[in-house]
Design a protein around this ligand. Sequence first.
Ligand SMILES: [Ca+2]
Length: 412
Amino acid sequence: MRFRLFLAAFLLGSVASVSGADQPDDYASVPKEAEITWGQLRPLSFETKFDLPSGFLHLPDGTTVIACQRGLFHRVDLRDPAKPSAIYLDFREKMKGSVNFEDGIHGLALHPQFEKNGRLFLSYSQVDPRRTVLSEMRVDLKNDFVPLPETERVLLQVDQPLADHWGGQIVFGPDGFLYLGLGDGGLRDDPYRLAQNLWAWHGKILRLDIDRKQGAREYAIPADNPFVGLQLMREEIFASGLRNPWGMAFDAKTGHLWVADVGQDFWEEINRIEKGANYGWSDRDGPAALAAHPEPLLADARFIDPVFAYTRMRGDGLCIIGGYVYRGEAFPELENCYLFGDWGYGLVEAIELSPDEDRALRRITLYRQSPDSAGPFNPTFIGADSAGELVVLSQDGTIWMLERLTAMSKNG
Ligand SMILES: [Ca+2]
């Protein structure tokens, strides 16, 4: 999806400048466990190869909808992969001619009262003009939650005139509001400085009240959004300074919002999102100043550095994929851990969060693709099943889960 361009940017960046490599790195001292002995990430044996899977959600009956970048949505049972999967929704016609790199289906979410109102929310790219579309659709509550495409209603469209860095994931908060993460719109160094510009939606987390309409809007602005009533600022904005947020999840226990942000040349970030906060891009990349922008765009800007970041300079990864705080029960070893992956290195990791959630206590490698292993493993989405257990989508169309490894299974 968005990744080939990242790869190009990474290679170009490492030639053009190495200044970021000299920046202080508090994260390097976090102890690292390079391998686990108690579990193993394994692909589920579905008949279906999913075509560039990009996200999923769980329906109230326990089935799971897997969204694929080019417009197919499959309905599967993660607990019983042998069960034939069904097409849940087919958006391929709508996506026609519009899927390159990271274009396509970006997000899907159910309304918190989905079982009563049957409202399904979607986020995806469109062309002519290039734009992000946030829409909703009703499902038939009397017929197995089957979507009704004719009921689709567009809530918000955001022009995307540049290149990539769409973001586009959506998630409901415990406050009932819809959160939409948007990337900076693309190219290097955020050339129009959109991520710091509070009049642009790009490079932001938006928060929308989709249960009300307000003026010409198909949604309303929550009264306590941080920029309500301020001039030259978009009232939809909840947080700013993101580059390409990919992986947004509320912690099921604390209600805190965690967002992974894909970096440019040096740093891959994990952020805890606070209302009204500025996460730095494109004045900062990870914990370091961005060489291209020695002067902040906003004179009074205060930046929040990531809770954890890993650098590309040590070969730790290339493109972060979030991610959620583990609250399942099958693996007490992962208590208070934020789980994430790296698309470029075929990696799934965890960081154990400090009690204040302001730093990582240790870092655990859950899976690392070995150079000689068969098939490409490139995580595109890291999320929880309905019990909070780890599910990883890989770009090659496979779905992986963590299995308990016993002494017997290790020997056998
Ligand atoms: Ca940042």
